[in-house]
Design a protein around this ligand. Structure first.
Ligand code: T5A
Length: 210
């Protein structure tokens, strides 16, 4: 059995990931792939419980290291119980955020050292990296405006503009380091234009991998 592919979608707050996941997932299925859609933190019973702890306001002021380890705890469970079995069964896995979010939020935003994140990535992921990552990018203020119009901010969403500027820069730095894997989408455009960009990237990916 040919192993499946892991596709992740990333970006700051309110960039339109949820909106994009809908048509991205539909297109992958239209191409005949068996798709499983999931999210981080989350995707398992324990992961969803950890998400609740990490993003809720109950533990406002949690230490940065605790936040980082919660993300990796959820990821360890997700990979072991769900992602690897799905890939081995030939499914395509579409994940709303993954390791790049940790580099962007805990590395860029919180300022935790890259080498610690790298160490945890090696240990927890054991070589698993996304085959394709779509980075939805737009000015921070515009994204926050969209997100805050839609729902009440969670603990991370309540951070300052400068925090999200650092998150954005960390994402863009990763995209510059790994241009083959991380494709930057201009998410500030109209919905149709964003969808068109995503479809071009997906079309190129299909041309190389199927
Ligand atoms: N986190 C996660 C870490 O800190 N470290 C980690 O390692 C990981 C994995 C998860 C949080 O966890 C943190 C980062 C996050 O803070 P989440 O569930 O991914 O959070 O949710 P958010 O990032 O908060 O995503 P949102 O759901 O807020 O936003 P989306 O999904 O990016 O945006 P979406 O699609 O809901 O769109 C927002 C609004 O804008 C409109 C939509 O209709 C919606 O109303 N919209 C547009 N409007 C105009 N033009 C367009 N092109 C539009 N696209 C969407």
């Amino acid at each position: 059995m040919k192993p499946g592919k892991l596709i992740t979608i990333e970006g700051g707050e309110g960039v339109g990931k949820t909106t994009c996941l809908r048509y991205l997932g539909a297109e992958i299925q239209r191409q005949g792939m068996d798709l499983w859609q999931t999210r981080e933190p989350g995707g398992t019973a324990l992961g969803e419980a950890l998400r609740h702890i990490a993003l809720g306001h109950e533990y406002a002021g949690m230490t940065e290291k605790a936040e980082l380890l919660l993300m990796f705890a959820a990821r360890a469970e997700h990979i072991h119980r769900k992602i690897l079995p799905a890939l081995q069964a030939g499914q395509w896995v579409l994940c709303d955020r993954f390791i790049d979010a940790t580099y962007a939020y805990q590395g860029g935003g919180r300022g935790l050292p890259q080498d610690r994140i790298q160490w945890l990535e090696k240990w927890v992921q054991a070589g698993l990296t996304p085959d394709l990552t779509l980075l939805m990018d737009m000015p921070v203020k515009q994204g926050l405006k969209r997100a805050r119009q839609r729902s009440v901010p969670d603990r991370v969403e309540s951070e300052s503009i400068s925090f999200f500027e650092q998150v954005r820069q960390a994402y863009l730095a990763r995209a510059a380091q790994e241009p083959e894997r991380i494709k930057v989408i201009d998410a500030s455009c109209e919905l149709d234009d964003v969808e068109a960009q995503v479809m071009v990237v997906l079309g190129e990916f299909f041309a190389r991998h199927t």
